[in-house]
Design a protein. Structure first.
Length: 288
């Protein structure tokens, strides 16, 4: 299994501008790469709250970060619930919040998780495996119109209606390989991306309510930040990036990144999954 490499690590730390004190949050701990770097950068007295909705990756991160003692608090939760977690733990205002919206290599390469068509496995795609809704449930029980809407709005799939029709005609579909094959037959290859790429993105977003979580998570982050506290968001597709851009522009923020920050050529060569990453950062304005 490929080791997870944190994306835009140096840039995230630069824009978070960590100090050796105060509370900092990583709302999407994943394998713990960004979290560990934040702990190092805020030593000796800085403390980090880490959230992740995936209990399996959080358990691995807990092992990785065990040596930091009480400087790290890890909680299984959706970052959309960040404000509630902070309130329940009775923590003070935060100096910075990081949200890395990508899916980790651990999730992508685990065939049993069903995130990738590169490995045949069950149509699952749940970030939180305790939730009921799976990709198989959505694919096999949604109407043709509902599927077309999901594929179009969340995957920006131009042939969404044709693909939805093919899916419905070939149900039940229970594995990633079956869905990828249907997408290949219905959509065909155009350019470099696999014909199933947009469908898998769309279903993952829908199953995990990723865009709704992002809306709520951004508002929650603003609620826990002190004046001048910084919010850094790393997104991986245009739907997420547009939400972040609109949120910062809606007011109450000093926008720090006038233009979106992307990985450099070296990082993209070393880590091809970084190619689509985009970083935006802002500081909470006084009185906001």
């Amino acid at each position: 299994m490929t080791a997870h490499v944190p994306v835009l690590l140096a840039e995230a730390l630069r824009w978070l501008h960590p100090a050796p004190e105060g509370w900092w949050a990583d709302g999407t701990v994943g394998a713990g790469g960004h979290t560990q770097a934040l702990l190092e950068a805020t030593a000796p007295q800085g403390r980090v709250l880490g959230l992740d909705r995936d209990g399996e990756t959080l358990a691995l991160a807990r092992q990785r970060l065990a040596g930091y003692g009480d400087r790290i608090r890890l909680v299984k939760a959706n970052f959309a619930d960040l404000a509630e977690v902070v309130k329940s733990l009775q923590l003070p205002a935060f100096a910075g919040v990081l949200l890395d919206l990508g899916v980790s290599s651990l999730q992508l390469e685990g065939a049993e998780r069903g995130f990738s068509f590169q490995h045949d496995g069950p149509l699952d795609m749940r970030l939180d495996r305790e939730q009921r809704l799976t990709a198989a449930e959505l694919v096999n029980h949604a109407s043709e119109e509902e599927l077309a809407d999901v594929l179009f709005h969340y995957g920006e799939e131009r042939r969404s209606r044709r693909l939805a029709r093919w899916i419905v005609r070939r149900r039940p579909l229970t594995t990633t390989g079956q869905l990828a094959d249907v997408a290949r037959r219905a959509v065909g290859r155009a350019g470099r991306i696999h014909p199933a790429t947009r469908a898998f993105q769309a279903l993952r977003i829908a199953v995990n309510d990723e865009l709704g979580s992002l809306d709520r998570g951004l508002a929650a982050a603003r609620g826990i930040l002190a004046e001048g506290g910084r919010l850094v968001v790393i997104s991986f597709h245009s739907l997420e990036d547009r939400i972040v851009k609109r949120f910062f522009r809606a007011g109450g923020w000093e926008i720090l990144t006038r233009h979106v920050v992307r990985p450099g050529p070296e990082e993209m060569r070393a880590n091809p999954r970084a190619r689509s990453a985009r970083l935006r950062a802002a500081a909470r304005a006084a009185g906001a």
